[in-house]
Ligand binder design. Structure first.
Ligand code: ADP
Ligand code: MG
Length: 478
């Protein structure tokens, strides 16, 4: 594909000078990560990897992704409130996947208790990010196809707020003023913070705090700080604690208000708790305590379950969207237009057929377990081996199969600490951040709050920025 930057990418000397300028600007703007050597220290930091140039994205697809975000917010919220749908959808998965089963156990426990005690949990906060790739179709025009929706710990809203300045800088150095002006402003961290602030306000206790559940080793702390800073500017105080801290210092009073170190918590914002290895027995207990509390949880356990790959696959069945969003045919049509092929691997004829198709044409499919955080999916020969092994086992119900999206590759230059600037064939993934707040049955906020473009070399099938594969980017609308 032709890019605006085609000839610029050939001039090695100029690239190196531009890269030096871009890196310095990224550092100055706060596009930062802690290092893998010292993941608990802010004494030594470096820049988060990024592209030297913004990547071309058709404006129609950007607009489409923004236009469908409120629908996705509604959909996730509807799924999270539909206990019967979650139970039925996840019934085969939880028999095979221990992590999903544990989450589901907490969900059941909280439901039971809530009904028994006239649950005082009234405020629900969703901060999500729906991710897409641009499928090239037969006529050459790209189509927006959803990869997944992240309902827990959706990250890089903070750093994505800082990268437009870097790309504008690069284009300005080249005296491309008009092009620099086309880089979209973006401020997801502010929008995410406004959602948290709304939930905090509705909780209605002026001295209560926001609790950010943090990992012990967090390289991406500056991304989180961007949200914390926005909250502090609104006089909302944030404390960062690990699950371990909560199991030692967290408690509920008789009304199930949550206290940590004696301070009342209005909102719990999870930036941990989406992978099995993040849970010791003690951490599961802490998660249960948080779920049982009256604080607004972002996400609550049902919303985390609504973000599983299995739910995504079941949502693509005919009639499901109509059932979950009754009387909203336009929203249903917008949502469905973004769905790629998704196939259940539950034991039975339908699953057998999906496996047969994937074995016959492996390059057209991706095999996905119920995991988050990148690097878990299987492709190509690895997928074939796994499918052969799973075929005759009940374990296959813990996976889903997805059509593989094949975007048109393009050239860009990737910048990473410790590596020389590298011009490579790339593909991008666009994420849109969504925020909603619900009080009882009333939706009081539903919006999109910005975007994230991540770009990676085509040789990597899987993985995001945190996994060390993709780099931060900005869409250059064309
Ligand atoms: P995770 O929850 O681990 O982020 P994803 O579903 O987002 O799982 O998959 C991780 C990465 O794998 C994506 O960022 C994307 O690069 C790649 N990927 C996932 N699904 C597909 C697909 N259907 N087609 C092509 N690439 C995919
Ligand atoms: Mg992902």
């Amino acid at each position: 594909m032709a890019t605006n930057w085609g000839s610029l990418l050939q001039d090695k000397q100029q690239l190196e000078e531009l890269a030096r300028q871009a890196v310095d600007r990224a550092l100055a703007e706060g596009v930062l990560l802690r290092t893998s050597q010292e993941p608990t220290s802010s004494e030594v930091v470096s820049y988060a990897p990024f592209t030297l140039f913004p990547s071309l994205v058709p404006s129609a697809l950007l607009e489409q992704a923004y236009a469908v975000q409120m629908d996705f917010n509604l959909l996730v919220d509807a799924v999270s409130q539909n206990a019967a749908f979650l139970e039925q959808t996840l019934s085969s998965t939880i028999k095979q996947d221990d992590f999903t089963a544990r989450l589901f156990d907490i969900h059941k426990q909280v439901l039971k208790e809530g009904i028994a005690q006239f649950s005082p949990q009234t405020v629900f906060l969703g901060l999500n990010r729906s991710d897409y790739m641009f499928q090239r179709s037969a006529d050459g025009s790209p189509a927006l196809k959803q990869i997944e929706i992240n309902t827990i710990s959706a990250s890089f809203g903070g750093l994505a707020s800082r990268t437009p300045a870097v790309h504008r800088h690069v284009l300005s150095v080249l005296s491309k003023t008009k092009e620099a002006g086309k880089i979209l402003s973006n401020n997801p961290s502010k929008g995410l913070a406004l959602g948290i602030a709304k939930a905090w306000e509705l909780y209605g206790s002026p001295n209560a705090l926001v609790l950010l559940i943090a990992q012990e080793k967090e390289r991406n702390i500056f991304d989180q700080r961007a949200i914390e800073n926005e909250l502090l500017a609104r006089n909302i105080h944030v404390i960062r604690r690990t699950f371990e801290d909560i199991s030692e210092k967290g408690s509920l009073d008789q009304d199930r208000r949550l206290f940590v170190d004696g301070q009342e918590i209005a909102v719990v914002y999870f930036r941990d708790g989406y992978m099995p290895r993040q849970y010791s027995l003690q951490n599961w207990e802490a998660r249960l305590l948080l779920e049982r509390s009256h604080a607004a949880k972002c996400p609550d356990i049902a919303t985390q379950l609504a973000g599983t790959k299995k739910v995504q696959q079941e949502l693509s069945r005919p009639g499901m969207l109509e059932m979950l969003l009754p009387g909203q045919p336009e929203a249903v049509a917008r949502l469905r237009a973004t769905f790629a092929g998704l196939y259940s691997l539950d034991v039975g004829e339908e699953g057998d057929q999906a496996i047969a198709e994937a074995l016959a044409a492996p390059s057209r499919f991706v095999l996905k377990p119920q995991r988050e955080g990148g690097g878990n999916n299987l492709y190509g020969e690895e997928m074939v081996q796994a499918l052969k092994q799973l075929k005759d086992s009940e374990e296959r119900a813990s996976y889903i199969l997805m059509e593989k999206i094949e975007p048109e590759p393009f050239e860009n230059c990737l910048l990473r600490p410790g590596s020389p600037a590298r011009v490579v064939q790339c593909i991008s993934e666009l994420g849109i951040f969504g925020v909603y707040v619900r009080q009882e049955k009333t939706l009081v906020m539903n919006k999109h709050v910005g975007h994230l473009l991540r770009t990676k070399a085509i040789e990597h099938a899987d993985g995001g920025v945190a996994a060390g594969v993709a780099v931060l980017d900005n869409p250059y609308p064309v």
